[in-house]
Design a protein around this ligand. Structure first.
Ligand code: ADP
Length: 354
């Protein structure tokens, strides 16, 4: 559903019953659909109409199933802001939220995916290690609230969050890298985290801002799959240098990449490119490449959407085995084809961000 369709629905919502010769669409100053969340800035024609306008907006969009949450903000009317000829106080293109920079961190790179199971956490961990290997100071933050797998991948199972005398969270250190995971907060590996909006927002911002990260060139952040609250909270509150989207070359995964990349673009996080995982299998006997999910699909997709492919990573059963044992491939088999692919991706990321 495009914003245009939403605006059409709002045009049908007359405001005559509250004494205004307008429809609801005519009060919209800014509107953004991010995933399933709609952010609307409405002109407030008269003080005291906030609740009724909010209700009308919700009613007008109640049938629109693509919109699950609506955030409404109000701008002042021309007569509320002096002098009288002044423009509305919040200009149309100005972002509605202020983004903060994490002190000491030069670049935050978020790693997302359209769907789960495509190797997003594997890419996050190994990209962080590859950046480390080519000489940068790196941190890794696992914000995958639905399935934090970084503790297992880095051999940090059972690790807990500690706080220092300055009341700052102290990240774990592994492979010469600072690591923090939502998993460090769970009583056991299998406990699902059920976050509600404000709680999630607080936990996430704490995991970024109340942490002794030290000086980092890159903080790589493993996001949950899809286009939900975490992505939105981050985009609204934190300065992020770029996003990487991980996919496998299947149509189902690529279709979801489209959603993920357009979400990042909508929230003004530059998409650095796509990582194609499980792109092919190299037969150990013959060295021949087999493109199990089809060849060239990701390239076609990337060209159509003007995205860069940062690298293609082969399927390698040892990646999965070693990950489960806490030995990420860039560390355990630095000369493998998979590791070389990760180093290539790290170089491109570093190049793009300068
Ligand atoms: P996600 O974070 O997208 O859910 P994971 O990184 O947890 O995905 O990967 C899912 C599973 O696939 C894990 O068992 C992981 O070890 C395995 N895996 C990921 N990439 C590869 C690869 N290139 N070759 C073999 N196994 C892989």
């Amino acid at each position: 559903m495009a914003v245009k369709d939403i605006m059409d629905a709002l045009k049908n919502e007359s405001l005559q019953d509250i004494g205004l010769d307008k429809n609801l669409a005519q009060l919209v100053k800014d509107i953004k659909l991010v995933g399933e969340e709609l952010n609307v800035l409405l002109e407030l024609p008269k003080a005291g109409l906030e609740d009724v306008l909010r209700t009308k907006l919700e009613q007008a969009l109640s049938e629109v199933k693509e919109v699950k949450r609506i955030n409404v903000r109000f701008s002042k009317t021309p007569d509320q802001s002096a002098p009288s000829q002044q423009k509305p106080q919040i200009p149309l293109q100005q972002p509605m939220f202020t983004k903060r920079k994490v002190p000491g961190v030069r670049h935050i790179v978020v790693v997302g995916s359209g769907k789960g199971g495509v190797g997003k956490s594997t890419v996050s961990a190994n990209l962080a290690l590859a950046l480390k290997k080519i000489g940068y100071k790196v941190g890794l933050l696992d914000a995958d609230i639905y399935g934090p797998s970084i503790p297992t991948m880095l051999g940090l199972k059972g690790q807990r969050v500690t706080v220092n005398e300055r009341n700052k969270i102290v990240p774990a250190e592994k492979f010469d890298m600072k690591v923090l995971s939502i998993g460090f907060m769970l009583p056991s590996e299998d406990t699902p985290v059920i976050w509600r909006g404000p709680m999630l927002m607080k936990a996430l911002t704490q995991f970024l801002f109340d942490v002794e990260w030290g000086d980092l060139d890159f903080l790589v952040m493993d996001l949950p799959p899809g286009t939900g609250d975490v992505q939105l909270t981050l985009a609204q509150n934190v300065e992020i240098s770029g996003a990487i989207v991980v996919t496998t070359p299947q149509d189902v995964a690529l279709a979801d990449v489209r959603k993920a990349t357009s979400m990042f673009k909508e929230v003004q996080i530059p998409v650095l490119g796509v990582v194609e995982n499980m792109a092919y299998f190299v037969c150990p006997e013959t060295g021949k490449r087999y493109y199990i999910f089809g060849k060239g699909r990701t390239a076609e997709f990337a060209a159509a959407y003007n995205l860069k492919i940062l690298g293609s990573i082969p399927i390698d059963p040892e990646v999965a085995e070693r990950s489960d044992q806490g030995e990420p491939v860039v560390v355990s088999r630095p000369d493998s084809e998979v590791s070389r692919a990760f180093i290539g991706i790290a170089k491109l990321v570093a190049q793009q961000l300068g």
